[in-house]
Design a binder for this molecule. Structure first.
Ligand SMILES: Nc1ncnc2c1ncn2[C@@H]1O[C@H](COP(=O)(O)OP(=O)(O)OP(=O)(O)O)[C@@H](O)[C@H]1O
Ligand SMILES: [Mg+2]
Length: 249
């Protein structure tokens, strides 16, 4: 499937392939995300959502294909220039992946420590600013083990935002949360898009999130894109996998 011809794509994926042995996880995937857009990638559990996002920030290497992030080809990029690109891309890991031995504030400060020359005081100030934005300012001194699932997601979101990225990648940001907390996370994603023109990819299997936050939706079946378009148009797709997903979603 050819990606739509668009000029200002901040993420452009072309003919991407990734297999583990005989398992084709990403099979000729083409995707475009324009400035300020949210693309939701829908697919079943265990079928390549996390792998796709890891490819996009160079944590895994594709077998072939092209990935351009903010105009820069990142496949085969050396560690140092790759790190420069990663600074501009916030990654919200599945299950938050917080450092258990660090407080909430220290978790959020961590990327600043690694990537900037800010002082301790400046780092704390910026971390608190972001924690306030996600409604977690009162939990700054708590340890991750003391947080609920939804609170952890918010802190993971804050940590991904602290370097003021141009792109956000979310790995199942609402999976396993109750509907109300899920909705709060969706609202935060929407707010970032509307107030900061954030460009995002959200991978999920949750139809409701896709409906709520997407500008467009790509559906992956066995590593291949079987639909790419608006959420409302998805209902008209005659693809069997798409119909099944909608029926059960
Ligand atoms: N490093 C790896 N080595 C071998 N196989 C891998 C590796 N990473 C992922 N896989 C395989 O690729 C497939 C897709 O994995 P991935 O983690 O992307 O799924 P997912 O859609 O994120 O799943 P979930 O919904 O459970 O999070 C799985 O079959 C997995 O076993
Ligand atoms: Mg996953």
């Amino acid at each position: 499937m050819t990606p739509p011809a668009q000029g200002n794509a901040v993420i452009r994926v072309e003919s991407l392939f990734k297999a583990f042995g005989s398992l084709k996880v990403i099979n000729d995937v083409n995707l475009n995300v324009n400035v300020g857009e949210t693309l939701v990638v829908l697919c079943r559990s265990g079928t390549g959502k996390s792998v796709l996002l890891k490819l996009l920030i160079g944590l895994q290497q594709p077998d072939s294909g092209s990935i351009q992030m903010l105009g820069q080809e990142i496949t085969q990029l050396a560690e140092k220039p790759l790190n420069e690109v990663r600074k501009k891309v916030g990654f919200v890991f599945q299950n938050a992946a917080l450092y258990d031995s660090l407080t909430v504030a220290e978790n959020v400060e961590f990327p600043l420590k690694y990537h900037t020359a800010l002082t301790v005081g400046q780092r704390r100030e910026q971390a608190m600013e972001i924690l306030t934005r996600v409604g977690m300012q009162d939990s700054a001194l708590m340890m991750p083990t003391e947080l609920s699932g939804g609170m952890k997601r918010r802190v993971g979101l804050a940590r991904a935002l602290v370097l003021k990225p141009k792109i956000m990648l979310y790995d199942e940001p609402t999976a396993g949360l109750d509907p109300i907390t899920s909705e709060e996370i969706n609202e935060l994603i929407l707010k970032l898009q509307q107030e900061h023109a954030m460009s995002s990819i959200v991978v999920t299997h949750e139809m409701h999130s896709a409906q709520r936050i997407s500008n467009h939706v790509a559906m992956l079946d066995q590593g291949s894109i079987v639909f790419d378009g608006n959420f409302s148009d998805m209902k008209n797709s005659d693809n069997k996998f798409v119909s099944l997903f909608i029926k059960n979603g």
